[in-house]
Write a protein that binds this ligand. Structure first.
Ligand code: ZN
Length: 244
């Protein structure tokens, strides 16, 4: 099986469409934050629903947009975008977001997905010290996480050693599942933050035990224009071009 792993789509229709031009996969895994920040929450939610992911979890922005949470901890730009999203969502899409499962979620003992971390759906995993305690919170060989919008691999060896990799564009890694367990972040479709403005996703090939990191160009200007036209904070448009 080849799993397409997408995270932090953030209502960015242009980027999601460009990502899905990639067809070499059997099933999709969606790590949450389908909406928030961008200008096309309904269109993005509908594409994800039709994709029929093998596994999906909610993100913090999905919770606030669905009204499950009030977004007290959000930055002002994130809060304004979440309230705008809540207003424009169709009832059907809002109900769909509301019922998305909280992570972590496990697929047949093969892999786990979570939005922030397996311990806490709102936790950011940026560095090895944050990642290490997470390995006790899932039982599969691999757990995929999102939320930071930065591609990463954390590998915990049988001897307790933790290896940290920041994958470059189009880089693949053979995963030694006999010696390591993995926490892997595919980066963000809708709002990359590692300085590369291109969209980001990963593909996990179970037959080869290989993870591939993909970057792809998309029409950033169109996504920015829609954010401005919707009256969303201009910062949310600017950061798409910077990839920060
Ligand atoms: Zn996010």
């Amino acid at each position: 099986m080849r799993y397409l792993i997408i995270s932090d789509l953030h209502s960015n229709l242009e980027s999601l469409r460009a990502a899905l031009e990639y067809r070499d996969y059997d099933a999709a895994l969606v790590l949450g934050d389908i909406v928030g920040y961008g200008a096309n929450p309904n269109e993005v939610a509908e594409i994800v629903r039709h994709l029929g992911p093998a596994l999906i979890v909610r993100g913090n922005h999905d919770r606030v947009a669905a009204g499950l949470d009030q977004g007290e901890l959000f930055s002002q730009a994130a809060y304004l975008a979440a309230m705008w999203t809540r207003r424009v969502l169709t009832l059907e899409n809002r109900c769909w977001l509301e019922q998305l499962p909280r992570g972590p979620a496990d697929l047949d003992g093969l892999l786990t997905i979570a939005h922030g971390s397996p311990l806490d759906e709102d936790e950011y995993l940026f560095d090895p010290t944050e990642a290490k305690p997470q390995f006790g919170a899932f039982s599969t060989p691999i757990c995929f996480v999102g939320h930071t919008h930065i591609p990463a691999i954390f590998a915990l060896g049988r001897d307790g050693e933790l290896v940290f990799e920041q994958p470059r564009a189009s880089e693949s890694f053979d995963l030694d599942l006999g010696r390591y367990r993995f926490l892997i972040n595919p980066g963000s479709v809708g709002q990359p933050r590692d300085g590369d403005p291109r969209g980001s996703f990963a593909v996990y090939d179970t037959a080869k035990s290989r993870i591939e990191f993909h970057r792809y160009p998309y029409d950033i200007e169109a996504a920015q224009r829609k954010i401005m036209d919707a009256g969303l904070p201009p910062f949310l448009a600017r950061r798409l071009a910077a990839g920060r």
